[in-house]
Design a protein around this ligand. Structure first.
Ligand code: E4P
Length: 221
């Protein structure tokens, strides 16, 4: 499976890439805007924070297919190994089809329905990103949608992968993996929730205390 962080926070990527088996970093326009730096500044810094390699994802801003393709070309020329995120609108689907014919890898984003995601895969998107928590927040069932999407891709577009996105809890991410998704992207706070297990810390502290009491030290030697 592939694990990504969904952030443009370079410091967080540096810190977490030491600990987590990350394949790369996904961004979106809101995430980049929050950092207050240009995309052209942020993408190389994220690549450095990953140790010089790793996959990066950045999104086009245009809303018509022709401009989306032009922006995708610019992104892939300026940043190697980049996957271009394209919102799965009518124009986005046209852009994904065109980019596929140009061998530019894409991710179909802003996916709120299994059928919508399937169309982006059939158009040629390498990844499809369903928005789990955002759908839940609208009263939908994000996990149920991901399960349907995963089944549809397995049956009809096995060359595309679900990159499940938009999480508030580790449970949501684990449910997507249990549904068979090959990739997930975690916001920094959800990655931290996954790492912060108070019971684990308590167990380690008890081992130390017992060792200290018996041997007067907390080391092996
Ligand atoms: C994925 O493509 C998006 O960047 C992201 O996961 C959206 O999620 P949010 O609901 O955390 O903003």
């Amino acid at each position: 499976m592939e694990l990504y962080l969904d952030t443009a926070d370079v410091t967080a990527v540096k810190r977490l890439s030491r600990i987590l088996p990350l394949q790369g970093v996904t961004t979106n326009p809101s995430i980049v805007a929050k950092e207050g730096k240009s995309l052209w500044e942020v993408l190389p810094a994220l690549r450095d924070a990953l140790g010089g390699n790793g996959k990066l994802f950045a999104q086009v801003m245009a809303s018509d297919a022709e401009q989306m393709v032009a922006e995708a070309l610019l992104l892939s020329q300026r940043v190697s190994g980049l996957v271009v995120k394209v919102p799965v609108t009518r124009e986005g689907l046209a852009a994904i089809k065109k980019l596929k014919s140009m061998n530019i890898p894409t991710l179909g984003t802003a996916v709120y329905g299994a059928g919508q995601g399937l169309l982006s895969a059939l158009a040629g998107a390498e990844y499809v990103a369903p928005y789990v928590n955002r759908l839940d927040a609208q009263g939908g069932d994000g996990i149920a949608m991901v399960k349907e999407l995963q089944t549809l891709l397995s049956l009809h577009a096995p060359q595309s992968k679900v990159l499940a996105a938009s999480f508030r809890t580790p449970r949501q991410a684990m449910d997507c993996l249990l549904a068979g998704c090959q990739s997930i992207t975690l916001p920094v706070d959800v990655a931290e929730q996954l790492l912060n297990a108070p019971a684990v810390q308590a167990a380690v502290e008890k081992f130390e205390a017992d060792w200290q009491q018996a041997f007067g030290t907390t080391t092996l030697s």
